[in-house]
Ligand binder design. Sequence first.
Ligand code: CS2
Length: 489
Amino acid sequence: MTRLNDAALSSLPADVARPAYDRAQVKTGVVHLGIGAFHRAHQAVVFDDVLASGDLRWGVLGASLRSPGVRDQLNPQDGLYTLVVRDGPAEHLRVIGAGRGVLVGPEDPAALVAAMADAEVHIVTLTVTEKGYRLDPATGDLLLDDPEVAADLADIEAPRTAPGFIVAALRARNAKGLRPFTVISCDNLPHNGQRIRAGVLAMARRIDPALAGWIEAEGAFPQTMIDRIVPATIPDDIARLTARLGVEDQGMVKAEPFTQWVIEDWFAGERPDFAAFGVQLTDAVEPWEDAKLRLLNGAHSAVAYLGALSGYEHVHEAVAVPAFRAFIEALWDEAQTTLSPPPGLDVDAYRAELMARFSNSALMHRTRQIAMDGSQKLPQRLLAGAAERLAAGQGVEALALGVAAWMRWQEGVTEGGEAVVVDDPLAARTAELIAASENDEAEVRALLTLSAVFPQALATDRRFVEAVTGAFLSLREHGAVEAARRVTE
Ligand code: CS2
């Protein structure tokens, strides 16, 4: 089957949107680290809009820091891929032309560093997932005992980690007399800009204090809130799209219609006129970020564990269960009191919109996909809100059930008895703690000692320990659906 590529564009069905600009004239202004589906369905679409407006400086060179999979999907397709936007039965197809090919970091780290140090590159965006920052999720400190961080510190010319590539490239730019690029973190981490900045500076200080000083003074690491639900592509999605397009597109991504990008207005050099393309520039991203992490992502994680445990494969199926739906509302009632919503955000309307987004049955968003890497997600999604409520003397019953469901998921077996792989950087540690616990109460106490997940003040707060233990026992005794129902009684 012929693959989608530049030559195939003119023969696509008429209702498929495609680049109308001259791709041969596009320059590479952006390097993206971690070119997964989320980038392709979110930031790349904004850069494609910018290119379509005639500003051809903002093509995106992608980089994979791990495997060659995405390179092999996109490079044979001249960087082209289709964004499939699904809203119930409605489907809108658009071929995105912003991609300028993909480099694979581990295959040739120097080539990626050189590309990032090019004078025409002004922005480095990244989606490397929470664990890609190599920071302790609870303290935010660089993980100096991580073997790849140690390797970067020993030889920064051949970096392996995201902070390592940024340090190496900024060092090369400094040597060439260029300005730093702006580093835009697009991961679901609280204060994502400050986090990547802290990791980069911690690494740079150990390599060359003068370089660190320059990055500190001249660099820009804006904080962002990014939002679009982008489930992993499955083979059936590709087969359906091939039938529609008449060519095969192995790089396609599927997403919901909703998309939002809020960026702190802090740039080191040139940038596109983001505001003209629907991006919100602001001095205060945090209120947006807290609302999104605690409402959208908090509910997502809680319902992913509860749903996956009780055999619901997809988010839309789980939220159709009345007990889970009511539980999500209860979780939001708790989380909402911890927010200072930004002007322009109507929280009640936002909640209603989130429930509708979760119910989009065309997305087929797997609960097990969201269940991944929970140890990295829990702090900002459930624990920060719980800590604030306890400090205000408020209860945390719904949030505690979310935490207990994460603990129960770490056991690696569903309520139906199916063994599941716990996909989490701390999986080996949690398995050890669980195996060494003689009963359920001991298991909860053991998991609460994970200092990378639970801040000490929370782990030792009697009210929190009791709420999580109660929720855990309820899950064990009644199962996820009934445990959720009891929270809302
Ligand atoms: C999800 C997010 O997989 C997950 O953890 O909660 O990827 C979520 O879909 C996005 O943050 C939505 O913007």
